[in-house]
Structure formats: C-alpha cells, structure tokens
Design a protein around this ligand. Structure first.
Ligand SMILES: Nc1ncnc2c1ncn2[C@@H]1O[C@H](COP(=O)(O)OP(=O)(O)OP(=O)(O)O)[C@@H](O)[C@H]1O
Ligand SMILES: [Mg+2]
Length: 162
C-alpha cells in the first residue's frame, strides 16, 4: 500500500493543483491532499473553507482525501504511514525552493521520498497568488480554476471590492 501526501496552501485550489492530484492518484493507492495551516500567509480562505472546496473538487477521484496539518510534514506523514511527498514543478523558479524542502525532509526522515510532477503545459503559469490577483482586477480566470472555486471567489470578493 503506497500512501502519498500532496502538501500546500491551496489558497485556493487551481486547475494546476487538480491536474497534479489526478496524476498522483494514478500512481498511489492513497493520496492525501494536506493543507498547511500557515497563519503567516494571511490566507483569503480559512483552512476549513479550503478543505471543503478541495473535497468537493476531488470527489470522484479514487483514493484521494483531504486533511490539514501544522508542524512538520514528516510528522504528519508518519501519522498516516505515508512515504512519498508529491510536489508540482512549474518552471525552473520552483526548483530551488523545492530542492531545499525535499532535502530537508530527507534529512528529517530518510524514509521519505519526494516526487516532482509536471502539470499539463496549459497550467504551468498558474499559481494561487496570481489567480487571486487577476480575479481581484476583474480578469477572467474561468479556465484556470474549478467551478466551485470560481463561485467562492465571486462570493468572497464581490465586484464592488475588486
Ligand atoms: N499550476 C501548477 N502546476 C503544477 N504544480 C503546481 C501548480 N500550482 C502549484 N503547484 C505546486 O503545488 C504545490 C503546492 O503549492 P501551493 O499551495 O504553494 O500553490 P501555489 O499556487 O504556488 O500558491 P501560492 O501562489 O500561494 O504560492 C507546490 O509543489 C507547487 O509547486
Ligand atoms: Mg507557491
């Protein structure tokens, strides 16, 4: 039984994230999407809201579930007997940070392997930060996020506030 964890802030989930989740689900028996509770990032959506959104979007993808965590990823993984970290790489700019995190996690637990996955080319420029920025400015992001996320963005950031 191979259990993998896909950690991130997912504030909010994008079609890029969803693409990685679908690909990861093919490779592992169980893929846990793990929302990092990180107050420092002053998120748009609460952890509970993000959890609900992700759960709605991954419904129907076999073996995928959603959890949240604070503290060390390796501790969270041990609790769920997960041995693989899934991360997405968009451009070379992601590489340096991802390399650091992967090697630190290996230092903390040599039994943990990190696997990097590439999204479909059409999502390689999509980030949660950019989605929020473009949406705030009135740009059309329909193609880049799941429908549930688009609805939540509309509810959270009404036209007047944009
Ligand atoms: N469009 C995408 N394609 C592939 N991987 C992605 C994509 N967006 C995010 N990821 C990866 O998903 C993981 C979690 O990312 P994270 O939650 O930080 O999303 P993000 O879009 O980078 O958000 P932010 O803009 O807030 O940093 C990271 O490994 C990140 O590289
Ligand atoms: Mg990021």
């Amino acid at each position: 039984m191979h259990v993998a964890v896909y950690p991130g802030s997912f504030d909010p989930l994008t079609n890029g994230h969803l693409d990685i989740i679908r690909r990861g689900a093919h490779l592992f028996d169980r893929l846990i999407v793990a929302i990092l509770e990180n107050e420092g990032k002053s998120p748009l959506f609460t952890v509970a809201e993000r959890k609900g959104l992700i759960a709605a979007c991954v419904k129907g993808i076999p073996g995928v579930e959603v959890q949240s965590f604070s503290g060390l990823l390796v501790d969270f993984m041990e609790h769920f007997r997960a041995t693989v970290v899934v991360r997405g790489i968009r451009a070379v700019s992601d590489y340096e940070y991802e390399l650091q995190m992967a090697l630190m996690n290996r230092e903390l637990n040599p039994g943990v392997e990190t696997i990097f996955m590439l999204p479909a080319v059409e999502y390689t420029y999509v980030s949660s930060r950019l989605i929020k920025e473009v949406f705030r400015l009135g740009g059309d992001i329909t193609r880049l996020v799941p429908p549930q996320v688009l609805e939540s963005l509309k509810a959270r950031l009404p036209v007047a506030a944009r």
